[in-house]
Design a protein around this ligand. Structure first.
Ligand code: ASP
Length: 598
């Protein structure tokens, strides 16, 4: 028989215990750490499963000593040796293999490692582009290994749950017709048809609906979606969704399926118990109480409507805004040990509010016996009791107001203040707070383009009571739409869909697609709807975002094996990159390079 290429492992680096004492083993892995006490070497050998301490004793052969001397961090090696118990003083209860070590008899260097560009496990200390350029090294770090395992466990658990409930996993194409869904499409030029392009799907939306027309009843897919927009911490040009659709369902069927799914998955994967039902908030209530449609419910700090009391005050700015149909809202920051509600503290909150349109942040400090001081306190003379009881304020608290003509801006500005207070006052509880946001507006007005557009996408069903007023009052139409929110992030959106050609066309028209354009773009969906489509609905939770939250991270880059950086570039393979002239010619493309900015 030919000589073996290398000694192949008989076990992994995470498996050996004192039960294996005296066994001969072969381990394969990487040199994690190498401590050298003269002729005594301690090598921490690492693979995906764990770390095992390998010892080269001082009585080892000269040959073994010399190989051990050559070892450097991240060399890939094979170790043949015997398991032995560590002396009591060396037992490491923190390590799964902490009771044993492997006495090396032979070490083979399988491959060498160039000097490391950064220390593994240094994680966040290392510049992100460096981590991404050498992603293969970064992936060896414990953090990346742990997070990608969690991601695998999460997806596997989802698959098992859904397959157990009669869902089929069906793939849909990645080269499709450009069918705008809200973001910009990525496109792929066709070589065979000059001037024609495929688009990469922003989501499998239309295909999953057509699968319902095709009678599949319950579908899911771990789907890759592509959107040509600016990448940010929690956005990528390509990302992964659990895409799901069901026939003959109403909203609550979809919501309870999701509650069951995540209840099961969080228990199985993280041993976390979620409530059987998640809290539900209407879009309007969510904005009024938390200032936004993705509230972080790990802390309370509700916002209150102050129009009535503002009118009774002597503060002209507030009164004028209310008189003009505007809004005055407030929240009460609780007195907190170690935090002084100083000018600087308030100015920073004000800066956060201004980003969302607030012109200022008015404030009042609550003193002993409800004495109001500072800021706009003097304008509330005589209204102390009412103000304090409305906000349930206590001595030492700080009341913060925003007044604005525009409801959304008023809410959003206070939402920014609420978020900042959550962090600054350390109010955020540990754990997972899910909630549903329901009753969203169906349309939003696009100021720049001067027309209505779908708030979610154009395939969502209006709530029935608005069917007669779609065209006459689009702004007040509520949709059968729902978002799932987790710890202040939107983690899923979905809706009950339109399955009627005429209604679908009305929505297209309101969104500025005349019948001809709609037919040209979405004709295949409209056609399908002419052949007995079932009522249907679905949802699409974002896998990256959920795993990010489950891992207590703030960037989805940390839970994706090969993400692009925030500039949309992959420093490892250098994409995007230029094509050579032949490729351009084959694709019938001429590049019109932008002129450099003067
Ligand atoms: N396709 C939608 C999205 O990606 C989700 C859905 O409505 O199911 O946001």
């Amino acid at each position: 028989m030919a000589e073996e290429l290398f000694s192949q492992r008989t076990t992994t680096c995470g498996a050996l215990t004192k039960e294996d004492n005296n066994k001969q083993v072969v381990l394969n892995g990487w040199v994690h750490r190498d401590r050298n006490h003269g002729s005594l070497h301690f090598i921490n050998l690492r693979d995906r499963y764990g770390i095992t301490q390998v010892v080269v004793d001082d009585d080892a052969s000269a040959e073994l000593q010399s190989v051990a001397n050559e070892l450097r961090m991240e060399f890939c090696i094979a170790v043949t040796g015997f398991v032995r118990l560590r002396p009591d003083s060396m037992v490491n209860p923190e390590m799964a293999t902490g009771e044993i070590e492997v006495k090396a008899e032979k070490i083979e260097i399988l491959s060498r490692c160039a000097p490391l560009p950064f220390l593994l496990d240094d994680g966040k200390e290392t510049r992100e582009d460096l981590r991404l350029k050498y992603r293969y090294l970064d992936l060896r770090s414990q953090g990346m290994q742990k997070r990608l395992k969690l991601r695998h466990d999460f997806i596997f658990s989802i698959r098992k749950y859904l397959a157990g409930r009669d869902f089929y996993e069906i793939e849909t194409p990645t080269l499709i017709k450009s069918t705008p869904e809200g973001a910009r499409d990525f496109v792929v030029p066709s070589r065979l048809y000059a001037g024609k392009f495929y688009a990469l799907p922003q989501s499998p939306q239309l295909f999953k609906q057509i699968l319902m027309v095709g009678g599949f009843d319950k579908y899911f897919q771990i789907a890759r979606c592509y959107r040509d927009e600016d990448s940010r911490g929690d956005r990528q040009l390509e990302f992964t969704q659990l895409d799901l659709e069901m026939s003959f369902v109403k909203r609550d069927d979809v919501l309870s399926l999701m509650e069951g799914l995540f209840g099961h998955v969080f228990k199985e994967v993280m041993n976390v118990d979620l409530p059987v039902h998640f809290r539900r908030l209407s879009y309007n209530d969510s904005l009024n109480t938390y200032g936004c449609d993705k509230p972080d419910l790990r802390f309370d700090l509700p916002i209150s409507d102050m129009n009535e009391i503002a009118q009774k005050s002597s503060f002209a700015t507030f009164k004028d805004i209310v008189a003009a149909g505007g809004f005055v809202k407030a929240l009460c920051a609780p007195k907190t040990e170690g935090v002084e509600f100083s000018r600087k503290f308030i100015t920073e909150l004000e800066d956060a509010a201004k980003i969302y349109g607030a012109k200022g942040l008015a404030w009042i400090k609550v003193g002993e016996h409800n004495v109001l001081s500072g800021g706009v306190g003097k304008f509330f003379a005589g209204l102390e009791e009412e103000l304090v009881s409305k906000l349930e304020a206590k001595e030492g608290d700080l009341i913060l107001f925003v007044a604005h003509e525009n409801w959304k801006r008023c809410c959003a500005s206070l939402s920014a203040v609420r978020s900042k207070l959550g962090k600054d006052l350390n109010l955020i509880r540990k754990g997972f707070e899910f909630c549903w946001i329901i009753d969203f507006p169906l349309f939003e007005y696009n100021e720049t383009e001067g027309h209505w557009e779908a708030a979610h996408h154009m395939f969502s069903m209006p709530q029935t009571e608005y069917l007669d007023t779609l065209e006459s009052d689009p702004g007040s139409v509520k949709g059968d739409l729902y978002d799932l929110v987790l710890n202040g992030y939107e983690v899923a959106s979905g809706s009950i869909r339109i399955h009627d050609v005429e209604l679908q066309k009305r929505i297209f028209r309101i969104c500025n697609f005349d019948d001809e354009t709609a037919e040209e773009r979405f004709g295949f969906l409209l056609n399908a709807f002419r052949y007995g489509p079932p009522p249907h609905g679905g949802i699409a939770p974002g896998i990256d975002r959920m795993v990010m939250i489950m891992s207590d991270e703030t960037s989805i880059h940390e839970v994706i094996a090969f993400p692009k950086n925030t500039a949309g570039v992959s420093p490892m393979d250098d994409s995007p990159s230029f094509l050579d002239q032949q490729q351009l010619d084959d694709l019938h493309l001429i590049i019109d390079y932008p002129k450099p900015k003067e």
